[in-house]
Write a protein that binds this ligand. Structure first.
Ligand code: ATP
Ligand code: PRP
Length: 214
């Protein structure tokens, strides 16, 4: 049995066409079922639905043989035990620094002020500000980062941006782009040896599907 870990929503929806071109059809709609293990048209392949941030954990410890996760999540989790063969080029966005409209970020950085930065992405934020030589106090949040500068919790946030609509709706502006993000296929390194043939087959099929959409 091959187990693929996916998260509901964006990653699941954007992965379906790739699975389809690899000849794999998921038999249940995750928005309609309460099941967490979904069968596919291929008896030897199943999908497990986990929280987006839990995908690398499932794959690292062998709860799933492979999974699809954002580069953001992967960096925060770390690469241990994970083979990362493909950039799937789905769920594309970027990690950016944003502040309240009217907040003089450039001046704060220039003056060497100690910035308070709220984020779910503490590793990405720590590395970014350390490389710039900017001193920051990081405040870990699990969501709704946009609220932090509006309530005085932080001077800035580090969050995902795609269209920019969420920032705009909350009177925030993007002041620095840290990195581009897309979803990655990750494979358990031990499974890659033990289930070499079937896993290779799926990885290669994903690779071919990407070539046709390039
Ligand atoms: P969790 O459930 O663990 O809190 P989440 O709510 O961040 O995770 P999603 O919103 O489904 O989960 O995001 C999954 C991945 O999709 C993110 O890790 C990121 O790589 C990507 N992503 C998030 N927001 C966007 C967006 N607005 N546009 C494109 N890709 C995005
Ligand atoms: C993500 C992210 C931003 C938003 C950015 O949230 O956390 O808030 O997308 O996208 P935009 O620039 O196109 O507005 P998501 O929509 O996944 O909701 P979430 O808070 O449930 O993660």
């Amino acid at each position: 049995m091959i187990t693929l870990a996916l998260s509901k929503g964006r990653i699941f929806d954007e992965t379906l066409p790739l699975l389809r071109s690899a000849g794999i059809e998921v038999l249940d709609d995750p928005e309609k079922t309460r099941k967490l293990i979904l069968a596919t048209n291929r008896p030897e392949v199943r999908v497990v639905l986990v929280r987006a941030t839990d995908v690398p954990t499932y794959v690292q410890y062998g709860g799933a043989d492979l999974g699809i996760t954002g580069l953001d999540t992967l960096i925060e989790h770390g690469n241990e035990g994970l083979y990362q063969p493909l950039d799937l080029r789905i769920a594309q966005c970027r990690v950016s620094v944003a502040v309240r409209e009217g907040y003089d970020y450039a001046a704060a950085v220039r003056q060497g002020a100690r910035l308070r930065v709220a984020t779910k992405y503490v590793t990405i934020a720590r590395d970014f500000f350390a490389a710039k030589g900017v001193h920051v106090d990081l405040i870990k949040l699990y969501g709704s980062m946009e609220l932090a500068p509006l309530t005085g919790l932080a001077d800035a946030i580090v969050d995902l941006v795609s269209t920019g609509n969420t920032l705009k709706a909350n009177n925030l502006v993007e002041v620095e782009r840290i990195m581009d993000i897309s979803a990655r296929l990750v494979v358990n390194q031990a499974a890659l040896k033990l289930k070499r043939e079937p896993l290779r087959h799926i990885v290669d099929a994903f690779g071919r599907a990407l070539e046709t959409t390039a």
